[in-house]
Design a protein around this ligand. Structure first.
Ligand code: AMP
Length: 222
């Protein structure tokens, strides 16, 4: 599908305006490593706002131009072009702020699925202040493929059904996403052992982000 960026975002002069620098934690890990599970658990905690870029796209109206475009890319296991992704993300965040769901003054932003390559790290850098990068590591590729197969049935995700597409996404991760770990300042990286049970993984993540929350935010009013 040929896409006209103007028709998608014509009423939104997003990048020109001054945008606050959202204080963020970036989750990095291969498909099936458990980023979504952890993100959902973290989002229950006051003072934390979690964004999954995959969920952001899946929430789009399927009949819309952007929704159709997303479907085309996602069923092939490919990424939506970087500029469209970042603009969609900016608009999404702004809506959440307007709806008072996310408050950048009080909430730590957890990013899951974005940035996905070095170009996206650069495109996002004016808008996010990356406090920490959580690098979720699980060496057993087959364990992750099994998790993805389970998710395909539970969540009816087209991109999880086809083994070829799953392997393609894995290769993309290895070639383009994992290198962002070397691109960020090394003192910002924290390794999380994602082979562990979900409660243990959550424990490891909290032991990193609680001190970050304490340092950068006042206690949330609950
Ligand atoms: P995920 O749920 O993170 O596996 O994402 C599902 C699909 O959404 C991907 O295969 C892409 O088509 C699209 N997508 C999610 N995040 C991004 C991103 N950061 N950049 C481009 N496309 C993305």
């Amino acid at each position: 599908m040929k896409l006209d960026m103007k028709s998608l975002f014509f009423d939104e002069p997003l990048s020109e305006e001054v945008t606050p620098c959202y204080r963020s934690v970036v989750l990095v890990g291969p498909p099936g490593v458990g980023k979504g599970t952890q993100g959902k658990l973290l989002s229950k905690i006051p003072g934390i706002f979690h964004i999954s870029s995959g969920d952001m796209f899946r929430e789009l109206d399927e009949a819309s131009e952007l929704g159709q475009l997303f479907n085309e890319y996602a069923t092939r296991g490919e990424l939506v072009p970087d500029d469209i992704t970042v603009k969609t993300w900016q608009k999404y965040v702004r809506n959440k702020i307007e709806q008072k769901i996310y408050n950048p003054e009080t909430d730590l932003l957890i990013l899951d699925g974005i940035p996905r390559n070095i170009a996206q790290v650069d495109l996002l850098s004016p808008y996010i202040n990356v406090l920490i990068v959580l690098y979720m590591v699980c060496d057993d590729r087959e364990v992750m493929f099994k998790r993805i197969q389970g998710r395909a049935i539970k969540e009816k995700r087209q991109d999880d059904k086809d083994e070829y597409v799953v392997r393609y996404r894995w290769d993309y991760y290895k070639r383009f996403t994992e290198p962002i770990i070397d691109y960020y300042p090394q003192d910002a990286i924290r390794i999380i052992d994602a082979d562990a049970v979900p409660a243990d993984v959550l424990h490891q993540i909290l032991s990193v982000i609680v001190p970050i929350q304490k340092k950068h935010f006042s206690p949330p009013l609950v």
